[in-house]
Design a protein around this ligand. Structure first.
Ligand SMILES: C[S@@+](CC[C@H](N)C(=O)[O-])C[C@H]1O[C@@H](n2cnc3c(N)ncnc32)[C@H](O)[C@@H]1O
Length: 205
């Protein structure tokens, strides 16, 4: 799959994916039950998911991305929402998260795990930074079947193979691949769900 550059991805995030972020944020709040403490958003991009999450919780959120340009966009968005006191950007890589052991109550990530080079190491890092009682919610999706339908209709005008590519990364094969990654990473308690909300991995510590 051709990688989008930062400006291209952000344009899609703002113009096409935008309605999905508040829906996914509400699903994360409901499924994790965590509404306060510290949160990390890995591969945050423009920060849209975490801005939506900050607006419905009291979480303090770190926006982590390895791309400094992406983080500049995220910082601008955080400032525009007046969330600078609770949401801060952090340059870094999921393979070496620049935070202490057990620092976080919640770890979230959307649309990034498929890009991680060492997935087993990445999930071990996520487990390391989760506090006991913490939850991670990692995956990808568009919130609801209806939103996925609307977004697919827009995206196939730009890339006719888009639906196939999404199916490829969220399909049954991906479930099996991540099942093995998490087992190899020795994550004791996790669940992979694949439904109208997308492909999501929940981890409990
Ligand atoms: C497809 S974008 C998703 C952005 C955002 N989560 C969203 O849903 O709008 C993937 C993001 O993951 C980041 N990323 C990729 N590999 C990473 C890594 N190893 N560590 C941290 N961030 C990474 C990219 O720079 C990019 O911003």
């Amino acid at each position: 799959m051709r990688m989008l550059n930062v400006t291209e991805f952000d344009k899609f995030a703002r113009e096409v994916f935008a309605p999905t972020y508040p829906v996914i944020a509400a699903q994360i709040k409901e499924k994790s039950g965590i509404t306060g403490g510290s949160c990390l958003d890995i591969g945050c991009g423009g920060g849209y998911l975490s801005i939506a999450l900050a607006e419905i919780t009291d979480l303090d959120i770190y926006l982590l991305d390895k791309n400094a340009e992406m983080l500049k966009i995220a910082q601008k968005n955080v400032d525009a929402h007046g969330l600078g006191k609770r949401v801060r950007t952090l340059l870094g890589d999921v393979h070496e998260i620049p935070l202490a052991n057990q620092a976080l109550n919640l770890v979230v990530s959307r649309g990034s795990m498929f890009l991680w080079e060492n997935r087993q190491g990445a999930f071990q890092e996520i487990y390391r930074v989760l506090s006991p009682g913490g939850v991670a919610y990692i995956g990808t999706g568009f919130g609801t079947a209806e939103l996925q339908k609307q977004i697919t209709a827009k995206m196939i005008e730009i890339d006719k193979d888009w639906a196939e590519k999404v199916k490829d990364v969220t399909g049954e094969k991906s479930v099996q691949i991540f099942q093995k990654v998490l087992e190899d990473a020795k994550i004791p308690e996790f669940k992979i769900t694949q439904d109208h909300t997308g492909l999501w991995i929940s981890i409990w510590k």
